[in-house]
Design a protein around this ligand. Sequence first.
Ligand SMILES: Cc1ncc(COP(=O)(O)O)c(C=O)c1O
Length: 407
Amino acid sequence: MDRIYLDHAATTPPATEVLDAMLPALRDVGGNPSSVHAVGRAAAERVERARAAVARLLGCAPREIIFTSGGTEADNLAIFGAAYAREATGKHLITSAVEHHAVLRGVEALAKRGWAVTILPVDRTGLVDPAAVAAAIRPDTALVTIMHANNEVGTVQPIAEIGALCRAAGVLVHTDAVQTAGHLSTLVDELHVDMLSLSGHKLYGPQGVGALYLRTGARLTPLMHGGGHERNRRSGTENVPGIVGLGRAAELALEEMAAEAPRQAALRDRLLAGLMERIPDLAITGHRTHRLPNNASLCVKGLEGEAMLIHLDAAGIAASSGSACASGSLEPSHVLIAMGLAPGYALGSLRFTLGRGTTDAEIDAVLDALPDIVTRLRAQAARNGDTDGCDCLFCGSDDEASAEIAL
Ligand SMILES: Cc1ncc(COP(=O)(O)O)c(C=O)c1O
């Protein structure tokens, strides 16, 4: 069998239709959208068609879309841009402990510059409590930024509720929708958000392009200074082929989302149930139902995620792990730590993220390969005497893994 790619949360392969749309923009003279001549005007038209397509995906006006170099830039533009625009009236931000580093690192940088920051905890399933957001809002709160869905465990936050309560309190709200845009509905009026980030390469578009939705009337200080592109909100000649690809990807997502989300969710549920059945001491991480349709994340007790990834890779299966090797020692991810997972489980995290091309046969291949890999690695660990003493799934509890979060 060909290699099995189950790492779509890291990046999705660009759709053929996306490549077909991008090729003319790359191959033709190109043209600078700011030029007044016909070639430039044709490039500007391509950009505007793509802007309209992204706006349709979000249910907003095209002028509310700012093209960026990706999700990280969109998050930074939202956070720093909103913070700088409001610092005269309030220097307090609210976020959650499970945000992507594109948000968390920016918030930390503002904290070093004197901003007060509230980092909200999550429960064991990774959910932020809207009541905690409401309680954290102060007269000087400039921005609330909470992600739509978590990239590691797939938990989908109650953003509509959070957005509505922020709006009632008159506080600006941003959501990082990099993992949901093109996969779940991200209509900004239903989510009640003022800003929303998305990234091309997470929805079968190209890498290196993204967008920030900015509600009309919301103030933002630009971070990039130059020729005043993107209505003075993000200077720099537009990445025309990338933007064209993102626009086509947005159109495709609108056509495919309704059928793809349940199809992938059914495959995901079969994968998780099959692994639970075949592998003892395995815990599914994230929320059971408020979950990305393509995310199957789990922890295997007593093993290291990286070791399992290497064996899966050797078996032709690409997945990922929340644990990362920092200076030679394996660290559990900040997301799993925030959810309270005990180290014996958190170090053994694995994430399979399905995509449009994922088949039943590929799920069967993982169900065949992983139990065997776990058995071999556990036998090896036992021979080496590497066994974890703690049986808990969550720190300071004696919960049974399967009782708490089995599907
Ligand atoms: C939730 C989330 N936010 C932001 C990003 C960053 O997006 P980009 O890779 O386009 O910079 C990612 C990428 O993994 C993500 O998953």
